[in-house]
Design a protein around this ligand. Structure first.
Ligand SMILES: [Zn+2]
Ligand SMILES: [Zn+2]
Length: 742
């Protein structure tokens, strides 16, 4: 190779991607030692392709995986598809294309995009939640929850569009209207399945102490659960026998209460506080004052008792309401006369998992008039999603219209004709356990084998972001249920994700969220052909701290491209160059410092500062014209997780090392060679200062090194020329004095 050889990223990247695939170099070990399970939150393969923002987390986890492998860990880094969901069904309603077809088209595109980005997934464990092989076990898990008394059915209101005759998800309701046709949404009571997540509320809080998550993400979990301790206090209604039970976290403010507020179904559409006086009064049990009873929209019917005491003097929300409706504000001292019973309330509700939708996992239950709801026998799983379904909404679950779904269904107990549940499961159910299935994705007999679970679980590094509060809660709930049932080994602990990190958003070049609407979407398909996947990866990690929001920049991409070009020329020059130069201690110190820093930075998700120090190291190597094979190999190894293709090319084709750099060992650093500060040493000839030396402080204390450098210093050298040194006096870190013949 000569220096003028241009680096052809397209050829090189394709060549190594094929070779990596053929040689299965990312295949996970059968008997892992020192395991690391590094997992991305798996994507929903939507119709719009992946953009560069989606890739950020995947690049980060890929760097981490590659680094861990080089550090001697057996790494498990799988990928799959959260394939059920509403968008594919809506697309089917619009175009008539079956969701199974559109979803699999999208999966193909997503997978190709990940492959051209140089990701090191072990595709042998790929899963697709919409495949019967997967959802058989989703159904099986539902049955385990049912048997454990953690799944039950009850009436619950749903959003319903009367014009489209369809149930709407919360996200499809915009300002109280149907997202599609703008018709005001009504509430309709339907019988629906719930999971009893509330039974785990306390453990979902306490478990957070054991895991390495960002405080903010932990706080979101705690807020969602919304545990509050307080008292239920009973108020007699004036002139009647009736009582109203009120929940309060501040029983000490009872003396200052001036009204009662009960939840109302009216006024829900406005964000503003709304209320209506009922004409009734309640008696304060502490001071016998008459308090007006109001119906309001700011009390949640499902929280506490659905009624509160209004204490505008001490509560911001109550004060706002009192001001609006001219209710008295009275401030009296706190009291510790404790009335009522001590209770704990949670904002967390049981998890409603029924969906009146087609493209989801069928709920494996059968209704018999005599025996009630019965789970489908395990041997009859999976309950297949019927294919003969008309998607157009008719006010009920589309599966109702299948001609095959209810054929020959009998009750598992009395064997008389019975009916299947026609609702499907919330797709959050699929994503609450997929990370378990990865570890044994081909198992036909169990949802996971005990031994395979022990091999890889729990997850060491979980990477992903967005609206994940519920996903994390649901996953932790599932894991705890399985832990309690000993369906996963107790030794694995009762938390599934030991460490969690979230990438920040990548915004469009205009600093707006990437969206078709703004025309600011950047995809890997336009960046990779032009600059290469290595450039894309280096740029994405160099844009800024991993977890902050940052806008895409074209000049930034070009900067990363130039940096890699420089790296390529450095290795090219080193092979051709005839000149030789001793690598100085400066270079050694810099190299060891960089090895230490890059490793630590990767482990702490500080990919941007890792790249900065690699850039500095490349500059140092160029400045000192470093040729030492040992040094250059170390540089290639350090860059390998970031720019895997170019480094493989350099490793194999330039340095002549055996394939693959991604199976090579991460370089080790020598602490004694790392010195962070420099000292200035005065160089004297017969006691007179003739020059100064700036050296790393570690070196400044070494006599041999310092005298060697001092003799080579230009200014000093001319005084020493032709003279005999009689004696050398060395004061560490300060002075070196050469005594010479006059
Ligand atoms: Zn509508
Ligand atoms: Zn029966």
């Amino acid at each position: 190779m000569s220096q003028s050889d241009r680096y052809n990223h397209t050829t090189v990247e394709m060549k190594w991607q094929e070779k990596w695939k053929k040689e299965e170099i990312y295949k996970s070990a059968d008997k892992p030692k020192n395991k690391k399970y590094v997992l991305d939150m798996f994507p929903y393969p939507s119709g719009s392709t992946m953009h560069v923002g989606h890739l950020e987390g995947y690049v980060g986890s890929d760097i981490l995986s590659r680094y861990f492998r080089m550090k001697g860990h057996d790494v498990f880094h799988p990928m799959g598809w959260d394939a059920f969901g509403l968008p594919a069904e809506n697309y089917a309603i619009k175009t008539g294309v079956h969701p199974d077809i559109s979803t699999h088209e999208n999966i193909k595109t997503f997978k190709r995009q990940l492959e051209i980005s140089g990701m090191s997934y072990d595709w042998n464990h790929e899963i697709d939640t919409s495949s019967p092989e997967f959802y058989k076990w989703t159904q099986w898990l539902f049955i385990q929850l049912f048997k454990a008394g953690l799944a039950y059915k009850k009436k619950s209101p749903v959003n319903f569009c009367p014009k489209d005759e369809t149930v709407l998800a919360n996200e499809q309701v915009v300002d109280g209207c149907c997202e599609r046709c703008d018709t005001p949404v009504i509430q309709k009571d339907l019988d629906q399945w719930f999971f009893k997540i509330t039974e785990y509320a306390d453990r979902l809080i306490s478990g957070l102490d054991k895991i390495d998550w960002l405080e903010e993400v932990k706080r979101q979990q705690i807020n969602w659960i919304g545990k509050s301790e307080g008292r239920n206090i009973e108020f007699q209604i004036d002139g009647g026998e009736e009582k109203i039970k009120v929940f309060t976290t501040r029983p000490d403010t009872l003396n200052s209460a001036t009204f009662l507020a009960v939840a109302s179904k009216e006024g829900k559409e406005t964000k503003e506080k709304w209320g209506k006086f009922t004409g009734k009064y309640a008696i304060n049990p502490l001071n016998s004052e008459k308090l007006p009873i109001w119906e309001t929209n700011y009390v949640d019917a499902s929280y506490g008792t659905g009624a509160i005491m209004g204490v505008p003097a001490y509560d911001e929300r109550d004060r706002e309401f009192a001001n609006k409706y001219h209710i008295d504000i009275v401030e009296k001292p706190f009291t510790d006369k404790l009335l009522g019973e001590k209770t704990t309330h949670y904002h967390l509700r049981d998890w409603l998992i029924s969906r009146q939708r087609y493209w989801g996992c069928p709920i494996p239950m059968i209704y018999c008039k005599k025996d009630g709801w019965q789970p489908v026998a395990e041997k009859d799983l999976p309950v297949l999603l019927p294919t003969d379904v008309d998607f157009l909404p008719h006010g009920e679950s589309p599966i109702v219209r299948s001609k095959t779904f209810q054929k020959d269904v009998v009750c598992p107990i009395c064997h008389k004709p019975a009916k299947r549940e026609v609702d499907t499961m919330d797709t959050y159910v699929d994503s609450s356990w997929y990370f378990i299935r990865f570890a044994d994705s081909k198992n036909k007999k169990e949802f996971i084998g005990l031994e395979n679970a022990k091999k890889w679980l729990p997850i060491d590094d979980y990477i992903g972001g967005g609206h994940v509060v519920q996903h994390l809660l649901f996953s932790r709930f599932f894991w705890k249920v399985l832990f309690d049932a000993q369906l996963i080994d107790r030794s694995l602990g009762d938390e599934p994700f030991l460490k969690l990190r979230a990438p920040g958003w990548i915004l469009g070049p205009d600093s707006r969220k990437m969206s078709k609407r703004w025309g600011n979407v950047v995809t890997p398909d336009e960046i990779i052909p032009k600059f290469g996947a290595d450039t894309l990866r280096v740029y994405e990690m160099f844009m800024g701290p991993f977890d902050v929001m940052k806008p895409w920049s074209v000049t930034g991409v070009e900067g990363a491209y130039r940096f890699l070009g420089k790296v390529w020329r450095l290795f090219g020059a080193s092979v051709d160059s005839e000149q030789s130069m001793v690598d100085s201690d400066n270079v050694a110190s810099k190299l060891h410092q960089t090895i230490k820093k890059v490793g630590e930075d990767i482990e702490n998700y500080k990919f941007n500062t890792a790249i900065s120090s690699l850039m500095e190291l490349v500059n140092t190597f160029m400045q000192y014209k470093v040729q030492s094979a040992k040094y250059l190999e170390a540089l290639a190894l350090l860059l390998a997780p970031f720019a895997p293709h170019m480094m493989e090319e350099i490793w194999v084709e330039v340095l002549g090392k055996p394939f693959s750099i991604h199976k090579a060992k991460w370089p080790e650093y020598d602490n004694s060679k790392i010195s962070s500060d420099t000292v200035t040493i005065a160089v004297q000839i017969n006691g007179k200062v003739r020059g100064t030396l700036k050296v790393e402080s570690g070196i400044g204390n070494q006599e041999a090194g310092v005298t060697e450098l001092a003799k080579k210093d230009e200014k000093v050298a001319k005084w020493l020329e032709g003279k005999k040194i009689i004696k050398t006096i060395f004061i560490p870190g300060k002075v070196v004095n050469f005594v010479i013949e006059n």
